[in-house]
Design a protein. Structure first.
Length: 180
């Protein structure tokens, strides 16, 4: 569900926050950029020193690569942390037959967290990227591939971008091996 707010509504909300005087700038802070090469242990210390839980990651050219949060680092150390801000992966629709309709842009990490899966995310960030990597091609609508315990069927494409995939868990035999 999405909620659309008008600028006047946002102004009323901000005006109601103590110490803002209705000024959105009072809520903002300058962005904190960190290099993608910074070791996790150093980033954890930096989060503690700055007392901020979020940083923008840039590569050697200063190009934006992503966001890192304190929670990301803590979850890598102690495992998944469930809290009120965690949502089931958006862009994923479970179907009655046990399959999932997945937007191609859904992050593998989000799928793994939401459904306790173990899809690899070393070579690709999104589920479409994983399919392209494993298939070693840009698939066409209707093509299907099986790997990592799932059947991936391409449902939609826009030019060279895979935009919708049906993921179906592969059946397992009684001995735990993957059924063909």
């Amino acid at each position: 569900m999405f909620l659309t707010l008008r600028a006047s509504t946002i102004g009323v909300i901000i005006g109601a926050l103590p110490g803002t005087g209705g000024d959105i700038a009072a809520l903002m802070a300058p962005p904190w950029f960190v290099p993608e090469t910074r070791p996790v242990s150093e980033q954890l210390k930096a989060f503690r020193r700055r007392r901020t839980p979020l940083a923008l990651v840039v590569d050697e050219y200063g190009e934006f690569m992503g966001i890192i949060t304190l929670e990301d680092i803590l979850e890598e150390i102690v495992g998944d942390i469930k809290d009120e801000h965690d949502a089931v992966a958006t862009g994923v629709r479970p179907k009655p037959d046990g399959s999932y309709l997945v937007d191609g842009s859904v992050a593998i990490r989000d799928l793994n967290r939401a459904f306790d899966w173990t899809l690899p995310d070393e070579e690709a960030n999104t589920i479409a990227g994983l399919v392209i990597h494993e298939a070693r091609m840009i698939p066409e609508v209707g093509q299907a591939f099986s790997f990592h315990g799932f059947r991936f069927e391409i449902l939609k494409k826009r030019k060279h971008q895979v935009t919708a995939i049906r993921m179906s868990p592969l059946k397992r035999d009684a001995d735990g091996t993957q059924a063909g």
